[in-house]
Structures are given as C-alpha cells and as structure tokens.
Ligand binder design. Structure first.
Ligand SMILES: Cc1cc2nc3c(=O)[nH]c(=O)nc-3n(C[C@H](O)[C@H](O)[C@H](O)COP(=O)(O)O)c2cc1C
Length: 249
C-alpha cells in the first residue's frame, strides 16, 4: 500500500504522514516530481488524502487522478478527506471520479481539522480548534488503522443522508471553482518576494517586473493566502487576512 496526498496548508499532509507511520508505508505528495506509475505498479492498494472544497475534490487532485486513471481503475482504494466542519459525502466525491470503483473501496473516512480559510468571517479560526481537532483526528486515525489491519470495510459518506448533505455544497462549488481560477490578487503591500510563486502547487503564479501575475489556474488551496509574509495575497474572497493559518505545530 502507498498513500498519496494533496495538502494546501498541511492538514491533509499531517493525516497522510501519520497514517503512513502507523501502517509503515510510504507517503508521497502529488506535488513531488517522481514516477507515480512505478510506485502504483508495486502496490495493491492506493490510499489518498485531500482537503475537501465545497464537498468536492480539489482541481489539482482531480487532475492527478485523471493522469493516473489506469492505476486508480484497477487498484483497491482507501479514501481520506480532511474538512473543517462537514462535507457529507466528501470521500464518496473521490470515488465518483473513478468509474465502477465502489467494490474496490476498502475504507473511506473524513477527518475534522482546523479551518484554513483565514479571511472569511463566517469561519473563524480559534486556538481551541487548532489544538483539539488534530488530537481527535489522531484518535480517529488509530481506529481507522486498526480497522484496516483487521480487514473491516467502512465507507463514510456513502449513505443517502451524506449524499444530500454533500449536495448542499457541491452543487454551488463548481461555479465558485471556475470563478476562483483567475481570482488571485495582491494588494499594495506586496513586496514581490516571490514566495507565493515558488510555493503555488499549480504553478499558477509568476513574477513579472516585481509584480505577481496569475495564469488562471488556481486550485483554491489557500496556501499563498496563508504564507504571504505581508498578508497581501487573496484568492476568491478579497478581504485581507488578519491572522493566517500556519498549519499544525
Ligand atoms: C476553497 C475551500 C473550500 C473548503 N470547503 C470546505 C467544506 O466544504 N467543508 C469543510 O468542512 N471544510 C472546507 N474547507 C476547509 C478545508 O477542507 C480544511 O481546512 C482542510 O483540512 C485543509 O486541508 P489542507 O491543510 O491539507 O489544505 C475548505 C477550504 C477551502 C480552502
């Protein structure tokens, strides 16, 4: 088994790496420049972990699945998604990307993790959630690992209620995602340090004459918004962040 993950701001990386430690398997970010085909060829199960966006799988992860479909189409699957509150069927959303994979899904689970949308008042980031959620997620992960080792099959998000809950968000998200693709902005405080350009997982940004330009390929991961040393970057929501999400310490 191997676990591959996308993580905009560290939560999904945290879960994927802890899972890999417990199961004694390799964990790879999909951003790594490696031959995933060679890795997938050697395993019978591919585990995945990603953050949920509006009850949908992030664009970057969807593109990765598409590129490696020949492996996802025949391997057993374990699906983990991280979320701040709820996604309904966030794990099932991944299964929907792969034709007829239901019978090959060994396990699917959602993990509540801290919010990484740092500039939207409806979703405040509290110190309490930053410490408590990862601890609870690890307790859940212990149970998940024990289940998987025993061969227990559990699929979070597969029932009708989860599907309805997912629909409350995933109907609107594609429109938001389309709008977000070219929504990267910086304000006057940008010093042109290029950190956002270097760290963008979509290679969506470039420095032109000291100014950051975007190429319309944002996956809305919020990494740039949370790492900018001047808090100048925004995507989709244009409010300047007061406090950034720095991941799990
Ligand atoms: C664009 C966007 C949409 C999100 N949508 C949801 C959502 O629908 N439900 C939810 O509970 N959390 C949502 N979140 C929160 C993230 O899924 C959550 O913080 C996740 O753990 C971040 O993972 P990462 O640090 O690996 O990027 C959203 C975050 C972003 C940036």
């Amino acid at each position: 088994m191997v676990i591959v993950y996308f993580s905009g701001t560290g939560n999904s990386k945290y879960i994927a790496e802890k899972f890999a430690d417990r199961m004694q398997i390799e964990a790879h970010s999909i951003e790594e420049n490696i031959d995933f085909g060679q890795i997938f060829d050697k395993v019978d199960t591919i585990a995945v972990c990603y953050p949920i966006y509006g009850s949908c799988v992030p664009l970057i992860m969807r593109e990765f699945v598409k590129k490696n479909m020949q492996f996802f189409e025949r391997k057993k699957l374990i699906i983990f998604c991280t979320q701040m509150l709820f996604s309904g069927d966030g794990a099932k959303a991944f299964a929907r990307l792969i034709p007829n994979c239901d019978g090959r899904v060994r396990y699917a689970e959602h993990f509540k993790m801290p919010n990484n949308i740092c500039n939207f008042a409806l979703f405040p980031m509290t110190e309490k959630e930053k410490t408590k959620k990862p601890l609870r997620a690890l307790e859940k992960l212990d149970k998940v690992c024990s289940d998987i080792q025993k061969g227990v099959v559990k699929k979070r998000g597969w029932n009708a209620f989860s599907n309805i809950l997912g629909k409350t968000q995933n109907i609107a998200y594609p429109k938001m995602e389309a709008k977000a693709r070219a929504s990267f902005r910086t304000d006057d405080s940008c010093i042109g340090c290029g950190l956002c350009v270097k760290k963008c997982p979509m290679h969506n940004l470039e420095l032109v004459n000291g100014k950051v330009k975007q190429n319309g390929n944002c996956t809305l991961c919020y990494r740039c918004v949370n790492i900018c040393p001047k808090q100048s970057c925004t995507v989709y929501f244009t409010k300047k962040p007061k406090k950034q999400y720095k991941g799990i310490s």
